[in-house]
Every structure is written in structure tokens, then in C-alpha cells.
Design a protein around this ligand. Sequence first.
Ligand code: HEM
Ligand SMILES: *[C@@H]1O[C@H](CO)[C@@H](O)[C@H](O)[C@H]1NC(C)=O
Ligand SMILES: *[C@@H]1O[C@H](CO)[C@@H](O)[C@H](O)[C@H]1NC(C)=O
Ligand SMILES: *[C@@H]1O[C@H](CO)[C@@H](O)[C@H](O)[C@H]1NC(C)=O
Length: 317
Amino acid sequence: MVSFKVAFFLFVGLMVGASKAQLCPTFYDDSCPDVSDIVRGVVQQALETDDRAGARLIRLHFHDCFVNGCDGSVLLVNQTGVVSELGAPGNANITGFNIVDDIKAALEEACPGVVSCADILALASVHSVSLVGGPFWEVQLGRRDRRRANLQGAIDGLPTPFENVQELKEKFGRVGLDSTDLVALSGAHTFGRSRCRFFDRRLNVSSPDNTLDASYATQLRQACASSRDTFLNLDPTTPDDFDNNYYTNLQSNFGLLGSDQVLFSTPGEDTVDIVNMFAGSEQQFFDSFGQSMINMGNISPLTGEQGEIRCNCRRLN
Ligand code: HEM
Ligand SMILES: *[C@@H]1O[C@H](CO)[C@@H](O)[C@H](O)[C@H]1NC(C)=O
Ligand SMILES: *[C@@H]1O[C@H](CO)[C@@H](O)[C@H](O)[C@H]1NC(C)=O
Ligand SMILES: *[C@@H]1O[C@H](CO)[C@@H](O)[C@H](O)[C@H]1NC(C)=O
């Protein structure tokens, strides 16, 4: 009886262990040992002609992970059996696919059929950050690509720039991320651009947003006057570098998106202290950012024999 119980619990333990997704940093050590250097090389090359290359890539990884986990689903275009996630408002005119294609091509040359598109986004993210002054973290690998997309999941799950802290926390909470993850990952807005349409309701002269610096608002109003599709810097101080200026900007009411500024300007929220901590210590921010990127990268990946390794990141095999 006792030995049956022991055997039973051992068996259950093994089953639980087996069904839990296991990513690891050494996944491609035998099958594609240069994977990280190859990805880094293509990202570096892209940055030479496009200051936003890294920003585009890390945003793709975020939008991938928040919808059914980090499974490469954001990359799929409309095709037989797939209604693309690119039809969701949060993905409207999202970019970076050409760079992903270039990375995929380089990897197919070196080790055909081995590296998933989901892992490409995770690796591209760390290099996008570390190549422009940000931290490096040990990327977990071994994700596989899903054979379907989830448009409704993208519509419901991606946060919008018009949400308050409660709503942002709720959406991060759904995928297992907490307030520290929310504040740290929002720090990715230390580089890249946003179209005016995502913040111009904060520029209304007849109902001024008093969490937006008045002279900055005047500047933005002028810059946005010609078109709501004008792209402006998310971080007006150091637009293309990865640093903690995003947080010092928030402390001076220089957050561009409403969803940025609310992290600091909502009294009583735990996010306020976290913004102050990251503003006060770039090292703290860098350490937390790496950990939160690992947390985000761990959102329900496909592993083992699940899904596939796509040949073309935009299409099912
Ligand atoms: C907290 C909730 C978030 C909201 C509401 C949000 C919203 C936005 C919006 C509206 C834009 C501008 C898009 C455009 O004009 O095309 C943007 C850009 C960007 N987002 Fe976020 N974001 C959030 C979190 C994140 C996270 C977690 C990351 C990455 C870890 C990220 C990385 C970026 C980057 C790098 C850009 C610039 C992209 C480029 O220049 O092409 N964002 N975000
Ligand atoms: C994909 O196809 C659906 C109809 O099946 C359409 O509503 C949607 O706009 C298309 N998405 C894109 C990104 O073209
Ligand atoms: C996407 O781009 C097209 C043309 O480049 C533009 O007409 C459209 O307004 C854009 N959509 C959004 C939501 O920005
Ligand atoms: C600006 O704010 C006023 C007052 O709240 C509002 O009536 C008006 O519709 C707003 N204008 C725009 C363009 O949003």
C-alpha cells in the first residue's frame, strides 16, 4: 500500500513535470550553435539604416506573447485556415516583418528548419535592447510556432494607450504578469515612436490634461497638426537609446501615451513607487527589465512536438 502510494505520487509528479513547458537557454547549442550571433548580426545591420528596427522587433514579441502565449502567431498573415491577428486595432500597421524575414533567411541558411519564429522574436528582443545601451539577459529558448492565430484574443488581450492603471494591471494579470512587470516592460517606450492618434486626445485645449507638461503639449500639438499618422518619439530626451529616461520623463509629466503617464500620476497605485525606483536607479531598471522579459517570454509557449518550426514566419508550413 505504502509503495503504491509512493509510486502513484512519483507518477503524478512526472506527469506534471512533463506537461509543464520547459524552455532553456541552451536549447540550440547542438542544433544551431550560432543562433544568437546570427540574430544579433541581422538586427545590427537593420539598425544601420533604421533607428526603429529594434523597437519594432521587441514590440512584435510583446504582441506575440500577449495573445495565446509566445507562439509566433502575430506574424501570420491571412491565409487558408488563418484569420490574421493583424486585423486587431492594437496591431494596426505594426511593422518589423521584413527584419524578421531577414533573420529567418539567415537562420535557414545556417541551420534549416531548426529555429522557431517565436524564438526569433525572443532573441531579436534581447539584441534590440543590448545593441543600443540596454541590458542583456539570458534568453530562454525552445518555443514552437502555432498553426493558428487568434484575432479575438488580440482584440481583447492587447492593452490600449487609453487605459487606466487598473485596466493595464488587469490585462497584464491575465498573462501572469504583475505591477513590477507592467512598469518595467513599459520602459521599452524608452525608444521607438507613436502615431499622434494614440495620444492626441491628451492635447485638447478646451480640456487640458494636467498630467502632461504644458509646453510639451504645445510642442506636440504643433507636431501633430498636419496628420494624426505622424510618428513622434516615445522618449523625447533620448529617442533611440535604451536607458531609464522613460521614468524620469514620467516624473516631469513628459510621458507621451496616457498609459505611460498613469503609471506615475495615479495616486495610491503601487506603480508610482516602482516608477520612482527605476527613475532613481538605472541598474535596478535594467535588472528588472531582463527578469520581466524572461517572465513575458515564458507565457504559455508551445514545446516538444507541439506546433511546428515555420519555414516562412508569415505562413504555415
Ligand atoms: C503597457 C501597455 C502598453 C501600451 C498601451 C502600449 C501602446 C503602444 C502604442 C500605442 C504604441 C505606438 C504604436 C504606433 O503608433 O504604431 C507603442 C509603441 C511601442 N511599444 Fe508599446 N505599449 C505597451 C507596452 C509595451 C511593452 C510591454 C513593450 C515591450 C516590452 C512595448 C514596446 C513598444 C515599442 C518598442 C514601441 C515603438 C515601436 C516602433 O517604433 O515601431 N510596449 N506602444
Ligand atoms: C483577414 O481576412 C478577414 C476576413 O476573412 C478580414 O476581415 C481581415 O480584415 C483580414 N485581415 C487583414 C490583416 O488583412
Ligand atoms: C494604416 O496605414 C494606412 C495607409 O498607410 C492608413 O490609411 C491607415 O489610416 C492606417 N491605419 C491606422 C489605424 O493607423
Ligand atoms: C475637446 O474637449 C471638449 C470639452 O471636453 C469636447 O467637447 C471636444 O469634443 C473635444 N475635442 C476633441 C477634438 O476631442
